[in-house]
Design a protein around this ligand. Structure first.
Ligand SMILES: *Cc1c(COP(=O)(O)O)cnc(C)c1O
Length: 428
């Protein structure tokens, strides 16, 4: 395939945008080459500036669960736009989507809308700190909660008590309030509670991890965290920015029957527009201004275009919950096909999957945490990525990302993809 015009556009972009992109992972730095510039999209397909058609397994990193340019969403946005794009006042639409979300997700009474997943997670920990009057939080190595300072902490070697900033610009003062634990390791979390007798405000976790490939929680892990939180007066925050409205109508809380104290959303909840949200019980959410003293605000929060898109998306999912079964079946079919092709070519791999999230790791060890996710053979992944791109199959340009399956994919698309994997597998 030719990517001539994309290359030209990238050369122009890097002159005026840092790295040519407005979010780093788009830059293809992990796989080499230049990013593909997309002109338009419909259903399961992207169309790029060179007029190539690509089968999309990123889907805007999750939101397009029903496919690109999903008509009810597009129509709602057009209709709203004609009536004004922002008022800075309350609108009836905000209450409508809030009521729907509260109805779909277990264990939440109130929800506040923001403009991104980053904002949602950053606000959730401020709320947890205000509510518990404690400073420290626990996060897990390899989990991503957006780019706010408290979350840009990487694992050091060995047991880590105080985090180390992994981005210049994050102060030591901020970093030391973020404690790091290993995913799927309850003993590690228990030890952190023991080592911090002044208390921990919150544990924040991707209840199904999706930012180090896809890693489901081990049996009993989430329930164990719930117990540790209850025993220590700590809030449990489920970051469902990726999993919310994707793995089930009620997200991971529903799927694993575990209650979180605060849940954060993004991606699907905005139907492709910039939306994030955080939600919880009255007792906690009422700590927020203007009712309570924890401050949080946003000029464009609850924006009518964004709320119109989000409402149509949630409504579509709520009206047809068989979509989750269908997505899981399609993803399982894809998994099976990929396994057969990789086996036939004697490629060493691990595939993790839950619902409509799937990831392929080029290593034989089970991938259960950040360490095992990092074992994957990146050279093989690069070949795999570029091979699939040549075949018109677009997966995330990083071995640490999940593939997102959309309901717009047909079994023909999946068969085509499996054949492409077969071709590429022979070159690995
Ligand atoms: C994408 C993501 C975020 C960040 O959301 P943005 O909208 O990119 O700021 C936070 N948490 C998780 C789990 C995510 O997948």
């Amino acid at each position: 395939m030719l990517y001539q015009r994309s290359s030209q556009l990238f050369a122009e972009a890097i002159k005026v945008i840092p790295g040519g992109v407005n979010s780093p992972v788009r830059a293809f730095k992990a796989v080499g080459g230049t990013p593909v510039f997309i002109k338009e999209a419909k259903g399961a397909y992207l169309y790029d500036e060179d007029d190539n058609r690509l089968i999309d397994y990123i889907n805007s990193w999750g939101p397009m669960i029903l496919g690109h340019a999903y008509e009810p969403v597009v129509d709602a946005v057009i209709e709203r736009a004609k009536k004004g794009t922002s008022f800075g006042t309350p609108t009836a639409l905000e209450t409508k989507i809030a009521a729907l979300a509260v109805n779909m997700v277990p264990n939440i009474d109130k929800i506040r809308f923001v403009n991104s997943g980053t904002e949602a997670c950053m606000s959730a920990i401020r709320l947890a700190r205000g509510y518990t009057k404690r400073d420290k939080i626990i996060k897990f190595a390899g989990c991503y909660h957006g780019h706010s300072d408290s979350f840009l902490i990487q694992a050091g070697s060995g047991a880590v008590t105080f985090g180390t900033p992994n981005s210049p610009g994050v102060t030591q003062g901020t970093a030391q309030d973020t404690l790091l634990a290993n995913y799927n390791d309850l003993d590690n979390v228990a030890a952190l509670f023991k080592a911090n007798p002044n208390g921990i405000a919150a544990i924040i976790i991707e209840p199904v991890a999706g930012n180090m490939g896809c890693i489901p929680p081990a049996e009993g892990f989430l329930k164990g965290l719930r117990q540790l939180c209850d025993a220590n007066g700590t809030l449990l925050i489920f970051d469902e920015v990726m999993t919310g409205f994707r793995l089930a109508k009620g997200g991971t809380q529903e799927l694993f029957d575990v209650k979180a104290d605060i849940v954060t959303f993004g991606k699907v909840i905005g139907g492709g527009l910039p939306v994030g949200a955080f939600a919880g019980r009255n007792e906690i959410m009422d700590y927020l201004a203007p009712l309570g003293s924890v401050y949080q605000a946003g000029t464009l929060s609850g924006n009518p275009l964004a709320m119109a898109a989000g409402f149509e998306m949630l409504k579509a999912l709520n009206d047809d919950i068989t979509v989750y079964e269908r997505l899981a079946q399609k993803t399982a079919y894809l998994e099976q096909g990929i396994r057969e092709k990789l086996n036939a070519a004697n490629v060493v791999y691990t595939i993790n999957r839950i619902g409509s999230m799937i990831s392929v790791h080029f290593d034989a060890t089970p991938v259960t945490d950040f360490k095992t996710a990092a074992n994957g053979d990146n050279a093989t992944f690069k070949k795999f990525f570029h091979g699939l791109l040549e075949e018109g199959v677009y997966i995330a340009p990083s071995a640490y990302e999940t593939w997102f399956i959309t309901d717009a994919l047909t079994y023909d698309d999946l068969d085509y993809t499996i054949q492409a994997v077969g071709k590429v597998a022979k070159t690995l």
